[in-house]
Design a protein around this ligand. Structure first.
Ligand code: FE2
Ligand code: FE2
Length: 217
């Protein structure tokens, strides 16, 4: 199983990037978690990485912020009719998906769980050979809360890796997170301070991520 970082706030050589977040998950299921700000970014970077954006089993949107859904019109056009799991909204855009609003926690597909919507955001857990991988979007409700919810629904005691935007977390939040996971990959809106803190205080846990990173699990 592997995670392909199609876009992150941190640039990668040869890739284009902007403020946003998008991860292609390739394992038992092949799916997209968040879709960045612009479809062109996803297209360009996916081509460079040699990963097609077609043939997805489903897609997940963490929360209704533009830097996470901007590329979904493109993804829906390339994968018409697939399920897109989103937090609830008053109305849903016609991007070509079968949009499924998620409220409670549960299993989206075998080995893929959602935390359920906490405040207005969901995170997911993915079973891998190395253990449970938790993927978050912006973590507006707190990366520790989202991770705890994913652990509870999946039945895991501890995560192998937590990756995504941590939204400028406090040190206390990062300390709590460190107790819940073997590895930590602060990305997107985590901020340089959070990255530096994890790198310094938990050097054995820190995983660097940028646009174009591929993480094999
Ligand atoms: Fe964000
Ligand atoms: Fe956000």
């Amino acid at each position: 199983m592997r995670l392909v970082i199609l876009n992150d706030n941190a640039p990668g050589e040869g890739f284009i990037n902007d403020w946003g977040w998008s991860v292609l998950v390739e394992g038992k299921n092949r799916f997209l978690f968040d879709a960045d700000t612009r479809g062109e970014v996803l297209l360009h970077n996916a081509e460079l990485l040699g990963v097609p954006l077609t043939n997805l089993d489903f897609a997940v949107l963490s929360h209704w912020h533009y830097d996470h859904y901007g590329g979904f019109p493109l993804i829906g056009g390339l994968n018409p009719g697939i399920r897109l799991y989103t937090p609830p909204a008053d109305s849903f855009p016609d991007w070509g998906f079968n949009i499924i609003p998620v409220t409670g926690e549960g299993e989206l597909a075998p080995g893929v769980w959602t935390s359920g919507v906490i405040d207005f955001e969901q995170a997911i857990g993915v079973e891998t050979n190395s253990g449970l991988v938790v993927i978050v979007g912006c973590s507006h409700p707190g990366v520790d809360r989202l991770t705890r919810a994913v652990l509870e629904v999946s039945g895991y005691e501890k995560a192998h890796l937590v990756i995504g935007g941590f939204h400028y977390p406090s040190r206390k939040t990062l300390d709590r997170l460190a107790e819940m996971t073997e590895f930590i990959a602060p990305a997107h809106c985590s901020g340089e301070e959070a990255k530096a803190y994890v790198r310094r205080k938990y050097p054995g846990k820190f995983v660097a991520v940028r646009t174009g990173s591929v993480i094999e699990l």
